[in-house]
Ligand binder design. Structure first.
Ligand code: AMP
Length: 141
């Protein structure tokens, strides 16, 4: 089956266009990072390229080459900010693999020994908590 086309009318496309808000953690010319509104653990954030692709399968390798160093930078900062023991990086391609938003994104999830992950796309976190968590990661950058 062929790869489906990117549709910019997705929720992350709308965040990039400034049509809906986010708890921003990091931004540069090519990349945006913000808190996941349904975190699987405290500090769960998402890193997206500003260039649209549906997921990893149709992404331009040049976009990926710019994106991964930012994923790394944010993983290090989130680990420090949340005094985590490790960091889980996740990325889903197509609904069969668990993808629900069709703009390429990497999940960065700080993990602590013995603390189980909450469900994917589970409960919405309070905005005050997300704002505080975004500040903590920004401070660690
Ligand atoms: P997935 O496409 O399955 O890799 O996951 C999409 C992620 O986006 C989920 O973890 C959602 O909790 C998260 N999400 C959905 N809407 C928003 C939003 N408006 N702001 C931040 N995160 C979101």
């Amino acid at each position: 089956m062929s790869v489906q086309a990117y549709d910019e009318n997705n929720i992350f496309g709308k965040i990039l266009k400034g049509e809906i808000p986010c708890h921003k953690v990091y931004e540069d010319e090519h990349t945006l990072a913000f808190m996941d509104v349904m975190p699987q653990a405290p500090g769960h954030l998402l890193v997206i390229p500003k260039t649209g692709s549906r997921n990893l399968l149709d992404a331009d390798p040049a976009v990926l080459a710019r994106l991964i160093p930012v994923v790394q930078k944010l993983a290090v900062a989130a680990k420090e900010a949340f005094e985590a023991d490790g960091v889980f990086i996740a990325q889903f391609n197509e609904p069969a693999a668990g993808q629900t938003v069709f703009h390429l994104h990497f999940h960065v999830i700080p993990r602590r020994e013995g603390e189980p992950l909450k469900p994917h796309t589970g409960k919405m976190e309070d905005h005050a908590v997300l704002a505080e968590h975004a500040r903590k990661v920004r401070d660690a950058l």
